[in-house]
Design a binder for this molecule. Sequence first.
Ligand code: HEC
Ligand code: HEC
Length: 479
Amino acid sequence: MRSLKTSIIGAFVLLFLVATVPNRVAVSQKTKPATGQANVASTDDEELVRCPIDVEVPPCDTPICVDPALEEAPTAFDDTTNGLVKQPQHDLDRETFEERDTIKDGLGPVYNAQACAECHQNPVSGSVSQINELRAGHQDVFGNFVDAPGGSLINDRTIDPKIQERVPPLFSAMIKEDEPVRTFRTSLNLLGDGFVEAVPNEFLLDIAAQQPHDAVSGFLVHGQAIPVPIEELPPDSRRICRIGRFGHKDQHASLLSFSGDAYLNEMGITNRLFLMENSSLGRSTAAFDPIPNDSTLPCDPTTDPPPGQNTFCGEDPERDIDAFTQFMRATKAPARDEDIARTDEAVKGDELFHAIGCAVCHVDTLVTAREGVVINGGTFKVPGALANKIIHPFGDFLLHDIGTGDGIVQNGGQKTRLKVRTAPLWGVRTHTRLMHDGLSLTFIEAIKRHDVEAKVVRDNFFNLDPDQQRYVITFLESL
Ligand code: HEC
Ligand code: HEC
């Protein structure tokens, strides 16, 4: 019965996929499957640039095709569900997100922390923290970025000191070359990300198309949208991409893909999307792993695996990655501090923020797709709780060169080497270390670092009188 049920659901999913095929924007005739985890840059990444994406907005009269029923997304920092699931389920999913994994759960061999909530917690589970991560690599003779051995992510922790990673060289392991391109990466807020995931591809492409290209004034903003793979698609249909929006490099478009990637790369736990354990600077970790790498371990048979998806789960038989994903999708968006937002200073700051051009990249309003629109390459249907919502992320989810590029390439190809995603400013009052590397400690310092595409706007800011500058900062303190 079980397998019959699965195959009926499987057939349904297939129909679904077939139904969406004509909506696909053929960016190329590419035939090679896209690369896997966003931890590793490879030559395939260039090919992703031409990977086709789905049309996610049904054809209609308005450019963004919104229903009259459009409403503001719920916001709060209070652990309550946005309505996607009931509160008791949301609490269970949050507990999974907060659960501290140990060696017997598959932790490591190399990892960064023991729980998602260790890095996504301030002021509630799912938001941000002061913890950052390390990436490293180098440029080859052509100027292309090349990962450090085993991938650009340098894991900070391990279950055995013999396989500790560090930025090379590591002479005792015969790893002699320097990896001079390095960066820190700050943890990011996840609250409200279910709404961000539900924003159609076209909306992000539209924002990029509308950004100013004024050569005379030198105001040249060109947000780059990159197609990235959907890891939950079966490998043989991995030719469908989606516009990336998550991570400092827009390396993922789906929260399930990010959850699988994070479970492996942050905690060392293999799962049905990523079944291969990480190396330590390219060296095998097998001899130090009490739970041997086994890509044939099945998922827990007491729960149905998602239709059409891998039934091997590695170290994640309970499919925690689905709980993480559901948790994030059910969070409310970060709420503003209304007491500050109401002050004259913040109101004037809001006006100035828009008038001087900050909102060209820190876009204040986005809307999510209609209920039932199929996203993530056909694997997810936008549910009512996430559909037709107005959100205020103060970000365009596009990559820009504002002179802070960290030199690292993930899913977007070499053209993204010096670009970083516009930091969404919702909830920014809870961040203490700003910019992708966390090296700017005040709002003024962060604004000072804006250059290249943001130079004109930065100059506008520093041409304001000191009171006006203070108003803009007060506005940021309300977000
Ligand atoms: C050691 C700290 C750490 C742990 C543990 C961790 N994360 Fe993260 N998370 C980060 C950092 C750092 C980033 C930014 C990564 C980047 O883009 O370089 C991030 C980014 C994300 C994003 C992208 C958010 C956005 O809006 O762009 C998602 C989603 C995410 N993490 C989910 C998870 C999940 C799910 C887990 C648990 C499996 C997890 N993370 C565990 C540090 C962590
Ligand atoms: C051309 C696009 C662009 C414009 C215009 C722009 N920004 Fe940004 N902003 C970015 C990008 C990209 C980042 C992330 C940079 C990084 O992480 O290295 C960022 C980061 C920030 C951050 C850090 C947030 C965090 O969580 O770390 C603040 C604060 C900020 N911008 C404020 C402003 C203000 C205020 C203005 C107007 C004076 C402005 N920005 C104009 C693109 C822009």
